[in-house]
Design a protein around this ligand. Structure first.
Ligand code: APR
Length: 262
């Protein structure tokens, strides 16, 4: 909901960011849209156009048709590898590098564009990848060797090529290292995110529809803990009511305008 008290939202917000000791940034698929990474639904093209997202991004869907889901993720991995951080990622990373220790980025994105921007600008922010990494692999099932304390679990790097690759010893299959629908977030990541949201002075919510939980609840958590909450999005989101201000525009346009002078 727009707040009419803020006649000069950028000036007022820059003053808050200047004074803040802790800034939290919650990002979603819109953050990477201008890097050419399609949002979840946009990625359902061609062979995958008529499939339910739940069939492509769930354990149930993977078990039902591992090859199809593996191929879809390979296509998305190729897109992520070819993409570059956009001006929004760069603005966040540069602000963080100028103010080390001040910023925590909580991203729902499974690409590595925040990390790559940070590697170039100089590390300054803590980055929590709430939904994992599309570039990582892990076993679909618990490794049977891991149950025996005397034996080391099988290494995903040893998997034999395939769609998906398989363990040569136990037949276990690799799956992408992302959090699928119906799965829990890593406890340490969620705890870190909740702590950062509760402790920040300002939260920027960038390019997320606010429809996927528990990430969507972090904006309300920050607001209730006293943070100034700002949404940056090209369209309305489901959590606009949690914001003190909604800035309408793209991540790659708004973030440099907001942060570069600071
Ligand atoms: N700049 C800012 N916002 C944008 C831009 C842009 N250039 N382009 C799109 N958006 C906004 C859209 O208006 C929308 O609100 O980004 C949001 C994208 O919404 P979703 O595709 O639903 O993405 P997200 O909210 O990140 O979804 C969360 O759901 O798809 C799963 O696990 C996946 O992490 C993802 C989660």
């Amino acid at each position: 909901m727009r707040d009419r008290r803020y006649a000069h939202p950028f000036r007022d917000l820059r003053a808050k960011l200047q004074d803040a000791t802790s800034v939290c940034v919650l990002t979603g698929a819109g953050m990477s849209a201008e890097s050419g990474i399609p949002t979840f639904r946009d990625a359902q093209t061609g062979l995958w156009a008529n499939l339910d997202p739940m069939q492509l991004a769930s354990e149930e869907g993977f078990r039902a048709d591992p090859q199809r889901v593996w191929d879809w993720y390979q296509m998305r991995r190729d897109g992520v590898r070819q993409a570059e951080p956009n001006a929004g990622h760069v603005a966040l990373a540069r602000y963080a590098a100028r103010h080390p220790g001040r910023m925590t980025i909580l991203t729902q994105n499974v690409d590595d564009l925040h990390q790559r921007a940070a590697a170039r600008a100089g590390e300054g922010a803590r980055i929590v990848a709430l939904h994992g990494s599309i570039l990582a692999d892990r076993w679909l099932d618990a490794c049977p060797r891991g149950e025996d304390l005397m034996r080391r679990p099988c290494e995903p790097a040893r998997a034999e090529p395939g769609r998906p690759p398989r363990c040569p010893d136990c037949g276990n299959r690799l799956r992408p290292g992302v959090v699928w629908f119906g799965e829990s977030l890593d406890y340490r990541d969620l705890t870190a995110a909740e702590e950062a949201a509760s402790a920040c002075d300002v939260m920027l919510v960038v390019g997320t529809s606010g429809s996927v939980w528990p990430a969507a609840g972090l904006a309300a958590r920050a607001r209730h803990a006293g943070a100034h909450v700002v949404i940056l999005n090209t369209q309305a989101s489901e959590i606009d009511d949690e914001a003190h201000i909604v800035l309408t525009g793209s991540a790659a346009t708004l973030l440099p305008r907001l942060l570069d002078p600071l």
